[in-house]
Every structure is written in structure tokens, then in C-alpha cells.
Design a protein around this ligand. Structure first.
Ligand code: SF4
Length: 871
């Protein structure tokens, strides 16, 4: 045990001219523990780590307890509970010390648990300066410049609670939200120059937008306001951090970094510093002062050592600064009066402690593994030491650890509590330190009190409650066992009233959700009259639904509610990625122009086969020419975007060739069935109220109206293409909907549930609104899947060649179904029916709202509690 000290003594004795005198401390000068305790503590002091054959186990272990508890949280909770009891029994907090074997693992838990328990404490555990959030923010600003403003790092700085600049551009934080919105909107995920120039352009606005009217003008103005606010803040930030983008010597760097503390508003406010010297603000000031002194002393040293100061690039300075700050620890709590002290176990061995708690005595933490024993083996170390080197070796390390343990446990005077986590956070059993086992063997079996608290129940024991948080849990558990007295007491307590109300509301929700039949307000069925009034107003008879809106509602009413009614959108990380919408717009534009140009030539001639082959060639050539013209007008904003645009162009080129072949096949099939082609007659045909983005000269058609009276429902939309043929006196038409993604599913049976409406609704609109003239009959409606095999009809066509001049009976059934289902869907929306229900069991795999809908809790109750829904 004392090998290290003995070796040091031997070396001192061996030095020439040195006289060594060994003195023992005077036992009379020390506080004498109470008689009953002395025996147990004396046993430890005399025999711990001694020869087991010479140790006579003592029957008296009074004042010593071993605690084996589940997890570190449980361990600290058990300590807090015992300490609180001591304080309630009148023990002065200053007489209590908690020694932590692994301060890094325990300090935060102790802080949280002791604060919740209302135990006054001072934590004297050293933590590196790099762990302090305001300093992390400062280092983050340097990293931001080095990485050229990546979105996540930029928002990390601006969104930080510590970032409080006195800049008017910051606008009390509102500008930060504008920055986030604008960068997401522009898809800019990095690059200071690109970000600033794009925002500046947008803040300057576009004359066309400001001359628009109504909602479009208001949206344009808001966009410009937000862009101005965002660019104002970012330009100020950029000016402030400009010095961080160039190399400098250490002193200049340090001065710039210190300047940022004030610029970013990191110093505590003047109001906060007028209070106690121990206040948070005073401590923060001490930390900043320590930081300043550290930087300046290193700068002074560097200036003294170097004739010409070394220029450090930003990356080099950041590395040096981070290394430096890791070696400096945060100033400790100076105020210990009237507080329980939390100390690193290394700092306890010179104290006399009436009540000592030593925590974290697991097998792996006491003794610790020596960090430097991986390079040389034990034998090598001994040989190197014998040659005069002073390398540590395993035996020496273990001796040091034993001495530390001995030095700590012999400091207790009245009570010694030794604790360890008996079960890890993952539920694995953990063993205690072998030193603890050695200590137990000093006492006869059963003499030493060993308390095992290996419970996994999250509800604290009644007598182990630490504070209000525990009281809330225990009172609720008691009430659920039909013992409401504690809960009533909580509700009467002013600090507990709000919590009690919250718990009662949660119980209401749980009971409605997990015990009530059918869907409740907690599962999307709105009942509050004000909400219902708002819905009835917003989705009144004048409101125009789109096919997509109605389908979304029919597939998942709850999703419709969040996305369309509340307009909550998932936050996307900005970045350059495929813009599927824009890709679709390109394709629509090109195809519409191709058919407009070739209108007079396509569909004429007599030999159908050669006609289709020739037409395909013509279409392909025209498509490539027009596509090039459209792509040439694009202005990429970065090199990356230019490359992506090139790739996009190649894909669209391939699609042109594919489309031409698909056209030939489509017309060939029509020729076989109908004896004539159906030729594109109209593109992008709107019906209903014009879209805000529609060109001013756009055609205006009436909306489609389904249902009558209170159920009357209006539907608007835009049809990609209508192909037409004249069969005798009858006009027949095809509805075409372009698809550039994967092939959509059309199941005729789904129409009656509203989950597939678009094609049938569009066909009905053409018929009812006379969009291609009166008395037109739907021949086919389908998706044109560019990536697959072209046109795919969704329902059977009438056999016009056989003289069957009416629409196919299947179509009649489908359009009849629309008359039923569309008003029913609208009534559900107007009536606040948004239950969490989706017939697709896999819907969570790609839904952004899965974390808020709780469908996985509700689904298992579908049958038992009637939690299913049909529109
Ligand atoms: S996860 Fe399913 S049930 Fe939940 S909102 Fe999304 S689609 Fe609806």
C-alpha cells in the first residue's frame, strides 16, 4: 500500500548529505470520532489491504454502509435521499462531502438531482473550459468561417440562446427566423458569398412581383421583407467575423476573439452582475476573465519567444485554441459555506469529513486502467526504470490507486457511504470495485450494512421522494391505485397546482384514447365550436377543393389536418437536390410546345404505320430543339447547380426519345381499336378559380360542382392534356396526366372511398363543363408514364368501332361514385373529422408526420375500440 511512499523515502535516504526524519501525525490533534464509530473506522485504517491472514474481521461496522443501486441515476438519487435525510436531522451541510471517482460521468447527474432535491451544494469538480456553452459558441464561429457557412453551423450559432448581439439587424431574434426561412426557400446549404448575393438579389425584389395584385403582391412583399431582414443580419455577421477569415499571429487572433465576446452579446448583462458575488453572472464574468488572461498570457509568451510572430491560418489557430482550452478548467464554486461539497475523490484525502459519501465504485472505475500502459509491456517498463527512467508501471499504478482509495475512505469520521451502480444503463449487471470487496472482508459477514436498491420501477418510493418532480410521479401512481390523498395535496400546493392540472388533462387524454370507443378529440375529431366555425368558414360552399386535397383527406384525414389545415410543414435541410416539381414543369412545357408546333402535321396521311414512325422522328427532333432552348435560358447559381442542370438535361433528352416512341405506340393502338388517332387538342386546361401563379391571359373555366344544398362542393384543377377525335357526330376525348416518377396505382374500387379521384374528376369536368365542346364522351383517361411504357389507361374504353357510342358502363359507375363521395369528403372536412386513420399499414414508412400522429398507439385498438374510419 505504501510502496510508493517507501520508495520515495528510500531514494531520499540514498541521497548524499540528506538526513531523513520520519514523524507521525499527533493523534491527539485530530478530532476524535464517537466511540462506537471509531472501532469500524480504525479497523479500516489498520487493516485495509493488509495481509488477510493477519486480519481479524470486526463485528462492528457501525457508521459504514454500502449502496448497490441500479444505474448512475439511481445511485445519485439514493445518495441525495440519504443526504436530504441528514439535513432534515439537523446535520450541517458543510459536514457532508460527496467524493466522485468519475467526476465527468457524475457531475451533471449530481447537479440535476441535487438541484431537484433542493440540496444546497457546491461542485468543486474541474471541467475543461471547452465545455462551457458560450465558449463553444465562440469556437463554433471560427469553425463557421473555416467551413464557409454550412447551414447547420450557421443556424447553430444564430439559434443559440447565448447569441444576443445588440445589433438592430438582429431584431430581437426575428431576423434569425427569416434567415432560416430564406435559406430553406432558396435551397442554399453553404457558401457565404452565394448566400449573401442570393439574399441581396431577393431583397432587391422583382418589379413584376410588386406590380401584382392581391395575395400575390402581399406574398411578394413579405418575401422581400424577410429577405431584407435576413441579408441585413448576415451581412452584419459577415462584417463582424471578417477578421476570422484571414491569418494572423496569436496576439491578433486573441484580440479578435475577445472582441467577438462583446459583439455576440456573450457577456452577462449589467443587471445580473450587481447581485451576489456567487451569482451566475458573477461566475460568468470570472470565466471570461480567466479566458482573457489565458489568451493574453499565451500571446505574451509567444511574442517573447519568437522574434517574428508566426502567422496562424484560421484552422491552425482553432486547433491551438482548442488544445489550450482543454487544459484550462472552469473556475470552481468559491462559496462553500452552508453547502454540501461535491469533490473529485483526489481532493478528499487531506480532509477530515464527518459524513463522507464515495460514489462510482464500480469494477472498471476503481482502479482505473492506466492510460499509458499500451506502449510498453510490464517487463520493458521494469527494465527501463532500472536503467534510470521514471516510467510508470502497472504495479505502481495499482499501488497508487489503492493508496487513493485508502486515503479517501479513512477520511470519514462519523459516517461512510460507499456506492456503486450494480446495473448498467443497458441493464447489464456490474460488479463493485475489488477494493470495496477488500473493505467488506474486514468485517464479519452480516456486520456491514449493504443496501441493494436494484429496482427498475420509475416511480420513486414514497419515503425516497426528493422534490416536486418526484411528488408528481408518486402522487399520480398513488391516485391510480385509488389513494388520491397525495394527489389532492399536490393540487392544493401552489407550486404543484399547474402540474396536477396537466396530469388530469393527460389522464383525460389517455382514457379517451386507450379506453374510449371510436375516435375522440385527442385523435383528430374536432369538437370545439370555435374550431368548427372556423372550418365551416374556411371550407364553405364557395371553397374550391382540388383532387389532390380530397385524395389526401381520404387517405389520411389527420395528415390532411396537419399539412393542409394547420399548414405545418416538415423542416427540410436546404441543399441542391433534384427539384421534381421543376422537372415536371420543364417536361410539360416542352411537350405542349412540341404538339403546338406539330399540330398541323401530326395525324395526317393515309399509311398509319409509316405515319407513326415519321411522327415519332419529327417529335423527337422537335423535342430536342425546344428542350435545348429552355435549358439555355436557365441561369445556374453555382458550379454544382450547373453540373446538376447538365445531368437533368441529359435525362430530359432521353425522355424525349422515349416519348416519341411512346407516342407511336399510343397512336398505333388507337388506330387498331378506333380506326383513327386521338390528337392533343388542349394543354394545361384549368377549371375553377385561376391559380395565383397563373399567367394573366390564362383561360378561365367554371369549377365543377358536385352535390347539392348544404353538401354542394366545388372542385377546381388543371388537366395536363386532352386528346380529341371526332367519330361521326360524336366527339370523344382522352384525359392524359403526365407522370415523371414511378407508375401510380389506379384501382377503380378506390374511387368510391375517395382515395383515387383525379382522372375520373377530370373526365367529369371535361364532360360537364364542356371544356372541348358539348356532348363529348370520355374514351379513356390515364397516366402517361414517361419513364415506363407511356400511356396507361385507367379504365376500359367503350368499343366505338362496334358502334357503342356511349361512355363505358364502368365510367358511368365511377362518375356516379364521385357524386356521392366528393360531397361526403367535403362534409368531413367542414365537420372537423380528422381521425388518425390510414388504411395503409405501411404509411409510417414515408410520412413526415409519423412522430406526431401516434398512429402506432392507436392501430392496435382498431378492432377492440372501433377506431377505424371510412369517408
Ligand atoms: S403516419 Fe400514417 S396515420 Fe400518421 S399522419 Fe402519416 S399517413 Fe397519417
Amino acid at each position: 500500500l505504501f510502496a510508493k511512499a517507501t520508495a520515495a523515502l528510500d531514494r531520499l535516504r540514498a541521497l548524499p548529505g540528506v538526513r531523513v526524519e520520519v514523524r507521525s501525525p499527533d493523534p491527539a490533534a485530530r478530532e476524535v470520532p464517537a466511540a462506537a464509530d471509531r472501532l469500524a473506522f480504525t479497523q479500516i485504517a489498520r487493516h485495509l489491504f493488509g495481509n488477510p491472514r493477519e486480519v481479524v474481521p470486526s463485528p462492528n461496522a457501525e457508521g459504514i454502509e454500502i449502496l448497490a443501486v441500479t444505474g448512475q441515476q439511481g445511485e445519485v438519487r439514493a445518495l441525495a435521499s440519504r443526504i436530504k435525510q441528514l439535513l432534515l436531522d439537523g446535520v450541517s451541510p458543510e459536514e457532508i462531502v460527496v467524493a466522485l471517482r468519475a467526476p465527468d460521468d457524475y457531475a451533471d447527474i449530481v447537479d440535476e438531482m441535487f438541484t431537484a432535491a433542493g440540496i444546497p451544494f457546491s461542485c468543486d469538480v474541474a471541467q475543461p473550459l471547452t465545455k462551457w456553452p458560450p465558449l463553444k459558441l465562440l469556437l463554433g464561429a471560427l469553425q463557421l468561417e473555416i467551413e464557409d457557412w454550412p447551414f447547420s453551423r450557421l443556424m447553430g450559432l444564430l439559434d443559440s440562446n447565448d447569441f444576443r448581439p445588440a445589433w438592430e439587424e438582429w431584431a430581437n431574434g426575428q431576423a434569425v427566423r427569416d434567415v432560416a426561412d430564406q435559406l430553406r426557400h432558396l435551397g442554399l446549404d453553404a457558401g457565404r458569398d452565394a448566400i449573401l448575393s442570393h439574399l441581396a438579389r431577393r431583397a432587391g425584389g422583382d418589379a413584376g412581383e410588386t406590380s401584382a395584385e392581391g395575395t400575390r403582391a402581399a406574398a411578394a412583399l413579405e418575401l422581400r421583407r424577410s429577405a431584407r431582414s435576413a441579408v441585413g443580419l448576415l451581412e452584419r455577421l459577415s462584417r463582424t467575423t471578417a477578421p476570422l477569415r484571414r491569418g494572423a499571429d496569436f496576439k491578433t487572433w486573441s484580440e479578435e476573439i475577445l472582441r467577438l465576446i462583446g459583439e455576440f452579446g456573450l457577456l452577462p448583462s449589467a443587471d445580473g452582475t450587481t447581485g451576489e458575488p456567487d451569482s451566475t453572472a458573477a461566475r460568468e464574468l470570472r470565466i471570461w476573465e480567466q479566458f482573457r488572461e489565458t489568451l493574453m498570457s499565451v500571446a505574451f509568451l509567444a511574442a517573447g519567444l519568437e522574434a517574428t510572430p508566426t502567422k496562424l491560418e484560421p484552422r491552425e489557430f482553432l486547433a491551438e485554441l482548442t488544445d489550450l482550452l482543454r487544459t484550462v478548467t472552469l473556475p470552481r464554486d468559491t462559496q462553500e459555506t452552508g453547502r454540501v461539497r461535491i469533490l473529485d475523490s483526489n481532493h478528499v484525502r487531506n480532509l477530515d469529513v464527518p459524513y463522507l459519501f464515495l460514489a462510482g465504485l464500480s469494477e472498471s472505475s476503481f482502479p482505473t486502467r492506466s492510460a499509458d500502459d499500451c506502449i510498453y509491456g510490464e517487463l520493458d517498463r521494469r527494465e527501463l526504470n532500472a536503467s534510470g527512467l521514471t516510467l510508470g508501471h502497472r504495479a505502481g499504478h495499482l499501488q497508487g490507486e489503492m493508496l487513493l482509495f485508502y486515503g479517501v475512505v479513512t477520511r470519514a469520521r462519523r459516517q461512510l457511504v460507499l456506492s456503486y451502480p450494480a446495473v448498467s444503463g443497458r441493464g447489464q449487471p456490474l460488479s463493485p470495485s475489488p477494493y470495496l470487496t477488500a473493505l467488506r472482508e474486514l468485517f464479519v459477514p452480516g456486520a456491514l450494512q449493504v443496501t441493494r436498491a436494484e429496482r427498475l420501477d420509475p416511480v420513486p418510493e414514497l419515503e425516497g421522494m426528493l422534490g416536486l418532480a418526484d411528488l408528481r410521479i408518486v402522487a399520480t401512481a398513488e391516485a391510480l391505485e385509488r389513494r388520491p390523498q397525495l394527489f389532492a395535496a399536490l393540487a392544493r400546493e401552489p407550486r404543484g397546482r399547474e402540474a396536477a392540472q396537466g396530469i388530469l388533462a393527460a389522464i383525460d387524454m389517455g382514457s379517451a384514447r386507450f379506453q374510449g370507443r371510436g375516435f375522440s378529440p385527442y385523435e383528430g375529431v374536432l369538437q370545439h365550436p370555435a374550431n368548427l366555425r372556423e372550418l365551416a368558414d374556411r371550407f364553405s360552399r364557395e371553397y374550391e377543393f382540388s383532387a389532390t386535397h380530397l385524395e389526401t383527406y381520404a387517405q389520411c384525414p389527420f395528415r390532411f389536418w396537419i399539412s393542409r389545415v394547420l399548414q405545418v410543414e416538415p423542416l427540410e435541410q436546404p441543399g441542391v437536390e433534384t427539384d421534381y416539381r421543376r422537372r415536371g414543369i420543364f417536361l410539360h412545357q416542352v411537350l405542349a410546345q412540341v404538339h403546338a408546333e406539330l399540330k398541323s402535321t401530326l395525324g395526317t396521311g393515309s399509311d398509319s404505320e409509316s405515319l407513326h414512325a415519321d411522327a415519332a422522328l419529327e417529335i423527337a427532333a422537335c423535342y430536342q430543339r425546344l428542350l435545348k432552348g429552355i435549358l439555355d435560358r436557365e441561369r445556374p447559381t453555382s458550379d454544382l447547380e450547373e453540373v446538376l442542370l447538365g445531368l437533368e438535361g441529359r435525362l430530359l433528352e432521353r425522355w424525349g426519345t422515349a416519348y416519341a416512341a411512346q407516342w407511336a405506340k399510343y397512336q398505333s393502338e388507337l388506330q387498331t381499336r378506333l380506326g383513327m388517332p386521338l390528337l392533343p387538342q388542349k394543354f394545361e386546361v384549368p377549371f375553377g378559380r385561376p391559380h395565383p401563379d397563373a399567367p394573366p391571359d390564362d383561360v378561365v373555366n367554371a369549377c365543377l360542382v358536385l352535390g347539392a344544398g348544404a353538401d354542394e362542393t366545388r372542385v377546381g384543377g388543371r388537366i395536363d392534356r386532352i386528346d380529341v377525335a371526332q367519330v361521326g357526330d360524336v366527339t370523344v376525348f382522352n384525359i392524359i396526366d403526365y407522370k415523371t416518377g414511378s407508375k401510380p396505382r389506379f384501382v377503380a374500387g378506390e374511387v368510391q372511398f375517395g382515395r383515387t379521384l383525379q382522372l375520373v374528376l377530370y373526365a367529369l369536368a371535361v364532360e360537364k363543363l364542356g371544356l372541348i365542346g358539348p356532348q363529348a364522351i370520355p374514351y379513356q383517361a390515364g397516366y402517361w408514364c414517361i419513364q415506363e411504357s407511356g400511356f396507361m389507361a385507367a379504365a376500359k374504353a367503350p368499343d366505338l368501332a362496334a358502334g357503342d357510342l356511349g361512355p363505358h358502363p364502368d365510367w358511368v359507375n365511377l362518375t356516379d361514385a364521385l357524386e356521392e363521395i366528393v360531397p361526403r369528403l367535403a362534409a368531413g372536412i367542414r365537420g372537423g373529422q380528422f381521425p388518425v386513420y390510414n388504411a395503409d399499414d405501411e404509411c409510417t414508412s414515408q410520412c413526415a408526420y409519423k412522430t406526431v400522429c401516434r398512429v402506432n398507439q392507436i392501430r392496435p385498438l382498431e378492432e377492440k375500440l372501433d377506431k377505424s374510419w371510412q369517408p
